[in-house]
Design a protein around this ligand. Structure first.
Ligand SMILES: O=C([O-])CC(=O)C(=O)O
Ligand SMILES: [Mg+2]
Length: 212
């Protein structure tokens, strides 16, 4: 379906809320290790405020550089638990979202947004507490002409994101987990956490021995 210059692909399966909750317990670094250290978005895409983190089901949006018509059209397609994923082609000349859109994402139930591009209104977004990850900030506003696409696979930071993929983001960065690898990732990350706890205990024992 094409909705006024924006192509819209129909529904896809969303990740189960309990599965998302299990991913929420883990750092992106450990999740990356659990997936052979692959599937990680390049480090240029980072949180725009300290402490931002989010895990959700990807709602992918493709824009043209500097334009957010497709982002606005995507609002009505957000379902609770979604994370908005925008391929804005890394363009640094215009912000494709700001506090208005971030706030609307949250009102529709999205857990946050990952933007391969630039954003604005960072101080207000931080105050609102909406987790937003992007390449950087610019005060220049976007055009609203399209074209664009909603619900098709996109690339962000060198990684393909399909509609329905699980996306986890924290202070270190962003990872994309295809749903068919979710169980494997969770089993493996739980082993990694146990190993890291043993390393922490070892370091503590060394510190205590040195203090004696
Ligand atoms: O003007 C726009 O479309 C982007 C923006 O600043 C906002 O969402 O607050
Ligand atoms: Mg604004």
């Amino acid at each position: 379906m094409t909705q006024d210059n924006v192509r819209v692909t129909g529904a896809w399966e969303r990740a189960d809320g309990q599965v998302l909750d299990r991913f929420r317990r883990h750092s992106v670094a450990n999740l990356g290790d659990a997936l052979d250290r692959l599937n990680i978005v390049d480090g240029g895409i980072a949180p725009i405020w300290h402490g931002a983190k989010a895990v959700g089901t990807a709602l992918p949006i493709m824009t043209v550089a500097g334009d957010n018509k497709a982002v606005i059209a995507a609002l009505e397609h957000i379902r609770p638990g979604d994370i908005v994923v925008i391929n804005a082609f890394g363009y640094d000349g215009r912000a494709v979202i700001g506090d208005n859109l971030a706030q609307r994402f949250a009102a529709y139930g999205a857990v946050g947004a990952v933007v391969d591009g630039y954003v604005r209104d960072a101080a207000i977004i931080a105050e609102l507490g909406v987790p937003v990850f992007a390449r950087g900030l610019t005060p220049a506003g976007p055009f609203k002409n399209g074209p664009g696409a909603i619900g098709e696979p996109v690339a962000i930071g060198g990684v393909v994101v399909n509609p329905g993929d699980i996306v986890a983001a924290d202070g270190d960065g962003v990872i994309v987990i295809p749903p068919h690898r979710a169980q494997e990732a969770l089993t493996s990350v739980e082993e990694i956490v146990a190993r890291e706890a043993a390393l922490d205990a070892e370091a503590e024992a060394l510190r205590n021995a040195a203090a004696r």
